[in-house]
Design a protein around this ligand. Structure first.
Ligand SMILES: [Zn+2]
Length: 484
């Protein structure tokens, strides 16, 4: 890849540009010094052959590319690099499933340039040294920006707060006990109240009431027919309600992540309405995974443990409600919940196999093939809508809320506090933005083959499924970090 990155930058010629909000039409995009340095209407072949420039009083023929490599993007789509707010890289502690090198290479192969990895590692990210380890390994891997999410509670056991200020100082801005929920509502509320004093933080909630979530799949007709213990939808809805009310009370930005149930979407709408009334738009946000948009609980009968995820795949009505929520603005981001496991782990009986699906390398292709163009009561799912929820929308969630009132702690109290700030992808293409980009052959069909995955986890129910849109090039700070 070093040969490709010659140091002089690139011109991506004639690709359809999605700027994070809308399609701009075909453009020539110049990349210099790690940034997008120019966006021009497409220029003709003559321009790319040579141009005549006046230099030293003489007419000279020079290359317009000025040493930059010209990449033919005509007929392809150039987007801001994708941002995934919810994934598992399994490092430290479970590197047989995935590690930061393999995971960030898989992310780049899927078009992602920023991923937020959940803190349920071993040891968990409840201490700044673990966050430092993840950030440093990711920097060395150099494939993708990795932002470690920090725990809310020490050891994720829900009894004591994690070192929230220490994690914040180490650059952590997303906090979660993901893998499970924070069981004790008092500890949870304390964590939110503490974090509300740290600007730019967002809590990501895996909404679950453990005593309603002892099963292996959605509790309903399919679980009854198969004879498996169910996970009741109230597990997510009750815990979701608690999380939303706690966030409104504490004034702490909070996102209900990987929503599976239509009922939770109604609660999110209530939370957004309340936040808006309080002048805190953006306080309550929500996401779902591409798995929950593509499959229902019927998938367990067909794919067995490969479709076992938590929260579980639910009914067709839930899936339809999630699709509508994608279009009507209830959902603020689309995540992969990339959760790699080995074939042996997934070969166990349904009861014992771990929850999760590997997602980085198939997420866009499956959504583009199976969901774009689908009708919902809120209107059709458009490519622009999907792309926005993978680029500018999650980028905005990683920024401090514009309307957030930062409580005054007194200048002396913060005199020695110089928290690290880690960059994330801009989620936009404009002159001067960091060139985290992805070039996609958007109409090209392919079939999911887990044996070809870059990542270690091949656990997917989507093997053999049709997908559309091939990630050809991924740029990180103007350097190619993935190519076909
Ligand atoms: Zn989770």
């Amino acid at each position: 890849m070093d040969k490709l990155n010659n140091g002089n930058g690139f011109i991506i010629r004639g690709a359809e540009v999605f700027d994070g909000e809308k399609m701009l039409g075909p453009r020539d995009v110049e990349i210099t010094g790690g940034q997008v340095s120019g966006i021009h209407p497409p220029r003709g072949d003559e321009y790319y052959a040579t141009v005549v420039e006046e230099a030293l009083g003489r007419q000279l023929e020079v290359s317009a590319a000025a040493g930059r490599q010209v990449i033919d993007g005509r007929g392809k789509l150039l987007c801001p690099g994708f941002i995934d707010l919810h994934c598992h890289l399994r490092d430290p502690g479970q590197t047989w499933k995935e590690d930061i090198f393999s995971g960030s290479a898989a992310a780049a192969a899927g078009g992602f340039t920023t991923v937020v990895c959940m803190p349920n590692t071993d040891p968990p990210v409840d201490d700044p040294t673990v966050a430092d380890y993840i950030h440093e390994r990711a920097r060395r891997a150099g494939r993708c920006r990795v932002l470690a999410a920090g725990c809310l509670s020490r050891g994720r056991d829900g009894t004591q707060l994690a070192d929230l200020a220490g994690l914040y100082a180490a650059g952590v801005r997303v906090f979660s006990d993901d893998g499970s929920d924070t069981d004790d509502p008092g500890v949870f509320l304390n964590a939110l109240e503490f974090l509300s004093m740290l600007s730019g933080t967002r809590v990501l909630v895996h909404a679950e009431v453990p005593k309603l979530a002892r099963g292996v799949m959605h509790e309903g007709r399919a679980s009854a027919l198969l004879g498996h213990d169910g996970i009741h939808r109230l597990s997510e809805e009750i815990a979701g309600a608690r999380a939303i009310l706690s966030a409104l009370s504490a004034g702490q930005p909070l996102q209900i992540t990987h929503i599976s149930s239509a009922g939770t979407l109604s609660l999110v709408r209530y939370g957004k309405e309340q936040a808006r009334h309080a002048g805190r738009d953006g306080l309550i946000t929500a996401d779902t995974t591409f798995n929950h948009l593509l499959l229902t609980d019927e998938a367990i009968a067909q794919y067995g443990t490969l479709a076992k995820i938590n929260p579980p795949l639910r009914t067709e009505e839930d899936r339809q409600a999630l699709l509508a929520a994608l279009v009507d603005g209830t959902l603020d981001a689309l995540v992969t919940d990339h959760a790699p496991h080995t074939a042996d782990e997934k070969a166990q009986e349904l009861q014992y196999a771990p929850f999760g699906i590997a997602g980085f390398e198939v997420a866009f292709g499956l959504i583009n093939r199976h969901l774009v163009g689908r009708a919902t009561p809120a209107g059709p799912v458009t490519l622009e809508c999907v792309l926005k929820l993978m680029t500018s929308a999650p980028a905005d969630l990683l920024k401090p809320l514009a309307t957030a009132e930062v409580p005054s702690l007194g200048v002396e109290a913060l005199a020695d506090f110089h928290p690290r700030v880690l960059a994330h992808s801009p989620g936009r293409i404009a002159e001067g933005t960091v060139a985290d980009l992805v070039l996609i052959d958007v109409d090209r069909d392919w079939q999911v083959d887990p044996d070809k995955f870059v990542g270690k986890g091949r656990n997917t129910p989507f093997a053999g499924w049709d997908a559309r849109g091939v990630v050809e090039l991924t740029f990180l700070s103007g350097e190619i970090v993935h190519h076909l």
